[in-house]
Design a protein around this ligand. Structure first.
Ligand code: FAD
Length: 367
């Protein structure tokens, strides 16, 4: 189609941010044109059956979890769910331990037999109190002390972010709890589930509306000068929108190494196993745990963090946030443009948070 589309709302990106805004505006009677430079919808949550018939997450494991009933109900309009609680183990010196650190981790690692109160006393004894708690190093040392920091966090952080924990804001490590009970779930949110038929199917249902038209394989950069929408919703990287006029915002990228193991029913005991201290990859995920799929083989993915490549993670550091704020000030001056999503807001958002941000953005556009 041509791009003389005065009456349209144009949405750049068909991930959670773009698709939720598209649906909301379509239901409010607006005509919506969504473009994405990738050949598929669903953004980083995209999943598909691999060549061996196993449902995989192309861009790494995506586990839906939220405490917001409103957001869970909203997505439930587009999918049924499969209850799923994610579990993670970490391998140290060839032995496997529950992660996040809980009482079992401490007992197994140190050959102890602590009860809940004993675990609290243990952590109190080993922790290195920090005040103020500013960085990720502060957070971890303050809660579990140096030995556990070095075993579980230090090298993992170096691999994942290419930075020392002392160079990352506190919020990164604060995402990971430490428990004195034996709860070995990765998340403790009220709602934890996977879309029953996968994320892509959920996005297909969300975008299936007579007022929504989706065009894939189109880069905003190639068409922006011919776009004349009544309103633009941009969910790509904010620095790219402004043609990097203040320089590039740093993002962390990943290389995903997918593999299929024919004839292997189960590769590992839980969905994700972390390798903090060995190998170039941070973790291995086996998808059948999450999807519940029955198959004679199994498919896994290894994640290799890297500096170059698709932007996946905004890097939470004070100087990056300062640079983002300069772009944000430019964004505030753009007329009839809404910036929403993980890349446009340069925030380490989970899926549910992006849905929340997108619902709020749509409400504002509808006025
Ligand atoms: C490895 C990994 C694991 C994750 N695991 C979880 C998890 O377990 N649970 C959880 O809640 N969250 C998880 N997340 C976060 C989750 O992926 C994001 O919160 C969510 O996908 C963000 O949605 P979005 O729409 O903001 O961005 P995206 O999904 O990145 O969508 C943006 C879209 O915009 C398109 N785009 C960008 N620039 C242009 C352009 N110039 N022209 C056209 N299109 C463009 C992109 O192609 C993309 O499809 C994970 C993220 C990663 C990277």
């Amino acid at each position: 189609m041509g791009y003389k589309v005065m009456e349209l709302v144009c949405i750049i990106g068909a991930g959670f941010a773009g698709s939720v805004v598209a649906r909301e505006l379509a239901e409010a009677g607006r005509r919506v044109h969504v473009i994405d430079k990738r050949p598929h919808i669903a953004g980083n949550a995209y999943d598909e059956y691999d060549a061996h018939g196993v449902l995989i997450h192309n861009y790494g494991p995506h586990i839906f979890h939220t405490n917001s009933e409103r957001i869970f109900e909203y997505l439930s309009r587009f999918t049924a769910w499969r209850p799923y609680e994610h579990r993670v183990r970490a391998v140290l010196d060839g032995k496997t331990y529950p992660f996040p650190i809980n009482r079992d981790t401490l007992n197994q690692l140190y050959g102890l037999n602590l009860d809940e109160a004993g675990a609290a006393v243990f952590l109190e004894r080993v922790r290195e109190p920090r005040d103020p708690v500013l960085t990720s190093e502060d957070v971890v040392l303050n809660s579990v002390g140096r030995d556990l920091y070095e075993k579980f966090f230090l090298n993992y952080t170096r691999k994942q972010w290419g930075l020392e924990p002392s160079q990352l804001k506190a919020g990164v490590a604060a995402r990971i709890p430490v428990r004195t009970n034996t709860d070995d779930r990765y998340f403790t949110d009220t709602f934890q589930a996977m879309p029953k038929d996968g994320y892509t199917k959920m996005f297909e249902a969300m975008l299936d509306h007579p007022n929504i038209c989706v065009e894939l394989g189109v880069d905003f950069e190639d068409v922006r000068d011919s776009l004349r929408p009544a309103h633009l919703v941009y969910t790509g990287p904010i620095d790219a929108y402004f043609r990097y006029c203040y320089g590039r915002l740093p993002y962390r990228s990943l290389r995903f190494e997918h593999a299929h193991l024919p004839g292997v029913q189960r590769f590992q005991e839980v969905g994700t196993v972390n390798y903090p201290n060995d190998f170039g990859y941070t973790r291995i995920t086996e998808f059948k745990h999450m999807t519940g799929q029955q198959h004679s083989g199994t498919s896994i993915v290894r994640e290799y963090p890297q500096a170059e490549g698709d932007p996946y993670y905004p890097i939470p550091r004070a100087e990056n946030e300062a640079l983002f704020q300069r772009y944000e000030a430019l964004a505030a001056r753009e007329k009839n443009v809404t910036f929403v999503g993980r890349l446009a807001q340069y925030k380490y958002y989970n899926m549910d948070q992006v849905v929340g941000a997108a619902l709020a953005a749509a409400k504002q556009i509808i006025g």
